[in-house]
Design a protein around this ligand. Structure first.
Ligand code: MG
Length: 204
């Protein structure tokens, strides 16, 4: 394995870069009925490998997710935490790492500062981990994710075609907004980020 903080030109990247990742429709299959139980959580193909690659290349992975399923009383905070724990354990078993999971429990009518596209969760993460947002990347499947990246000053935004991605792409296009990359899925998004940063070892 190469030293992931050194790119092809030998330049030292210093602090690992941060990748903010939406959950539903990106990491796991989304559902119009929300993900309310551990039994309803299913990883999308390639997600676990994506987290493994991020770890191998020493990126910090932080999950940023709207979970109005709490505000709508469709599940309990305890079950949501159990879903997160199960997800993290499976990612660790596959060789990846999730540094943190930030979630917004509110509904749109709460008018909070954390529900994406508001930048609150990204700002909380920046505060907690001293993140340089300009070098960070957001990966999401919805218009809200892409606008959140823009609102927070996250350097790059990647839209995946999984989940609501294709619908979001059409809506963003109509508004004249294009993500930095339209990825097939989370694994393609991660490969693009690593490759784009010039530190992707193509033998992997
Ligand atoms: Mg989503």
């Amino acid at each position: 394995m190469n030293d992931s903080n050194i790119n092809m030109s030998g330049e030292d990247h210093g602090t690992p870069k941060t990748v903010f990742i939406d959950r539903d429709g990106v990491i796991n299959r989304d559902s119009p009925d929300y993900i309310k139980t551990r039994a309803e959580f299913h990883f999308l193909p390639g997600s676990l490998e994506a987290f493994r690659l991020l770890s191998e290349h020493r990126y910090t992975a932080i999950v940023i997710t709207n979970q109005s399923v709490i505000g709508r009383n469709l599940t309990t905070p305890e079950e949501l935490q159990l879903i997160f724990e199960m997800m993290k354990q499976d990612i660790v078993k596959a060789g990846g790492l999730v540094t943190d999971i930030l979630f917004c429990p509110h509904t749109p009518s709460d008018h909070c500062q954390c529900r994406k596209p508001q930048p609150g969760m990204i700002f909380d993460a920046r505060e907690k981990y001293s993140i340089d947002l300009a070098t960070s990347v957001m990966i999401g499947d919805s218009v809200k994710d892409i606008l959140c990246a823009e609102n927070a000053g996250v350097g790059r935004a990647v839209l995946v075609k999984t989940g609501n991605g294709l619908k979001a792409h059409a809506e963003l296009s109509a508004r004249g907004i294009s993500p930095d990359y339209l990825a097939e899925d989370l694994l393609d998004a991660v490969r693009w980020i690593i490759s784009n940063d010039g530190i992707y070892d193509r033998e992997h």
